[in-house]
Design a protein around this ligand. Sequence first.
Ligand SMILES: O=C(O)c1cccc(C(=O)CC[C@H]2O[C@@H](n3cnc4c(=O)[nH]cnc43)[C@H](O)[C@@H]2O)c1
Length: 221
Amino acid sequence: MRRARILVVTAVTAERDAVTSRLERDAAPADVEVVAAGVGPAAAAAATASALTSAAAGGRPFTLAVSTGIAGGFGQPLGGVVVASSIVAADLGAVTPDGFASVADLGFGRAEHHPPPALVRDVAEAADAASGPVLTVSTVTGTQARAQELAARHPGAVAEAMEGFGVAEAAAAQGVPVLELRTVSNPVGPRDRAAWRIPGALAALGTGCAAMLPVLRAWKP
Ligand SMILES: O=C(O)c1cccc(C(=O)CC[C@H]2O[C@@H](n3cnc4c(=O)[nH]cnc43)[C@H](O)[C@@H]2O)c1
């Protein structure tokens, strides 16, 4: 049985540091690598592909890729934790006279990835997290109308962020399973920077990732 090796992908260094500061308290595990990839799905995919490829080439392949960081929540408490039951490219497609059509609707790609359901369930339980679709967008939602449109198109969506689908695409290309865990820094809706709670979300990110890790280590794909 191959030993678990976990790649954790954040967007920015503040997220990476929030994760590593808690992991280091748990004895700096050599089986976990945390990278700050940059903001957005393209940066996330590029960094994930690069990390997975060099680990595999060095004979120490990763067995799981985790997208993590802060997010906007759909009806979630600020500082709350969410785990993606599906990772959805919510604005990858075309606007048609009948509304938005995803790349899957258009017949030229995949618009969703599905993390292993038992892993989602166990991580959500360990991290006291809500679980549901997490949307990946390239443009942060800034109006109530857009928030309602996304919520209607993706029933049960718990959060939106900007990297999960990029991590998932890169992982899928190498046959590596994926997971996404987020903590809520702001509600998805009208733009209001005064309402962001980034320090609380970063603290929750450290706690959530520390709770997740034993489950990931014990997981048998
Ligand atoms: O300027 C704004 O109005 C604005 C609102 C929310 C987030 C941003 C960012 O630039 C942060 C992007 C960064 O953080 C994640 N994130 C956090 N909240 C959200 C959100 O509501 N929608 C999408 N992404 C969010 C995201 O994954 C990026 O890494 C700016």
